[in-house]
Design a binder for this molecule. Sequence first.
Ligand code: 4NP
Length: 151
Amino acid sequence: MTTRVLFVCLGNICRSPSAEGVLRTMAGAEGLPVEIDSAGTADWHTGKPPYGPMTEAAARRGYDLSPLRARQVRRGDFDDFDLILAMDDENLANLERLRPAGNGTAVKLFLDYAPETGRAHVPDPYYTRDFDEALDLIEQAARGLIAQLAQ
Ligand code: 4NP
C-alpha cells in the first residue's frame, strides 16, 4: 500500500522541499511505494521554487529540487496524508493547532527516524547557512523512515 508522506517546515523553501526531494530519490531507488509532498506553516513563499543555495547544495548530492513550488499547509492535508513530519518543535506545535477535531493522522518530528544523530530538530539553514548540515540530517532520517516503511 502506498504511504502518503507530507514534510512540513516554516517557509517550504529549504528543509521540507529538501526532505521531499531526498525521500523521493531514495524511495524511487528502493522501489518503495510512497507519495510525497511538502508544505510550510507560513504562506510567505507560496508559488516560489526552493531557495537557490538550498537547491544548489541538494543538486551537488544528486537531488533535483527545481520542479518544486512552495505552498502553505492546510487542514485538508490531515485527511490527504498518512504521515506528517515536522522539521522542528515550532512546526509541530503549529501543526497540532491546525489539526481538525477528531483527526488521528500521525504527526511527528522527522528526526524521530534518526535517533542515532542525537538531534531532535533540523536547524533552519535559511538562518544557519549550513545547507550541508541540514542535508546530512535529512538523509539520515530518510534512511530511517525508508527502513521502517520497508518492514
Ligand atoms: P525553511 O526555511 O522553513 O526550511 O523553508 C525558511 C525559509 C525562509 C524563511 C524562514 C525559514 N523566511 O523567513 O523567509
